[in-house]
Design a protein around this ligand. Sequence first.
Ligand SMILES: [Zn+2]
Length: 475
Amino acid sequence: MPKRLLIAATLIAMIANPLSDVDAQGRRQRAQPVDLLVLGGVIVTMDQTRRVIDDGGIAITNGRIVAIGPRAEIERAYTARQRVSSVGKVLTPGLINGHTHVPMVLFRGLADDLDLQEWLTKYIFPAEAKNVTEEFVRVGTRLGLAEMIRGGTTTYCDMYYFEDAIADETAKAGVRGVLGETVIDFPVADNKNNAEAMAYVERFVARWRGHQLIIPAIAPHAPYTVSEQHLKAARAFSDRTGAPIVTHIAETKREVEDSVKAKGASPVAYLDRIGFLNERVIAAHMVWPQDSDIAILQRRGVGVVHNPQSNMKLAAGVAPVPRMLADGVLLGLGTDGAASNNDLNMWEEMDTVAKLHKVFTGDPKVISAQQAFELATIRGAQALHLEKEIGSLEVGKRADLLIINRDTLNQIPVYNIYSDLVYATKASDVETVIINGRLVMRDRRLLTLNETAVKTEARAFRDKIIRSVSTPGTQ
Ligand SMILES: [Zn+2]
């Protein structure tokens, strides 16, 4: 920000929210009590001006940021029972994983090096048919949540079965989630037909609507696994309840070719034709949109989630990310399920998104480190239609933030903060995680999950899963 603007902004902030402990009459003012103060370090706000505060502080109350600015001013104006020192560290918004199937961490590495159709139909669908129970989902979710918190993910968008149990585990762990119960046109673990699935979604959304952390959603799997009638019913449900719609669109070339043959239109054009797309839809993958599709996505305000590592691993292709960004599509970043990744690490996704598109286009400037960081924070929030609540560190937003160690060998020295975050920082550098104003990890120790128990329970599923499928090359 230019210096003059910065001075003006500081003056306005001081008038609106007196940061001095002495008022206009020279009387000493009492510091305002808040729940939590985080003091010291470099704050990467990701606000509209992309302000970076060198020695900053954040005041938090009722789960929201009430003040952010230079540390000395925050310290003078606010007092709190709980204080966290972040001197010498970096503070950033929590990362947003825009697409997961969180319990699938239990299938991590079960069947690798296959294309999507073979992977899905020969291994994943059968493994799910034989193993997915509410207990499986709870154990897998706890493992996934522990991994995500350790890597600085504070919000994730999920699609799976028994999503009510996922919501329960997520709320208990203190993590924010847009959680979609799957609707698919074949019998699955928790629902045998569409009527059962819609009844489940009805109860699920009613139970969690208005929760501070959980945003319940409906998740019709994809346009090729859900009929037109059922897609329209999902949209009608979303219209009635305001629930977001989580889905997969245009993941493979074959999906697009089949759609053109069967429906006379690309998946995006078909979904638009049947009135499915709007500003509550969150569409994962979008590897193969046609040029005209990109304009539709932009016009309808659809959130798109790019999953570079999953797309690379299944050889699905390379999504036209630079084009979608240039055309104003709301775009975020995700890992996809750990069975096709094989982790839930958003630092790797940021690094990959920047590098993949450079090598694919032959242009090293095509996605910058800052853009990659935006995709995992503020742009990710836009893709989930949550940019008013999360994605940046600003007064009024939810207090979802990370304290990152800068003293690791891989980060020394730092010349550019975004380069450091995207190309050099590792998930293990995240030290402390705050979600909705609550500490969920402090100094690398998980505070809401028992890590030893999470690991033991998850390992216990391995043998049962192996016995249930014949897997190539496993021993
Ligand atoms: Zn997916």
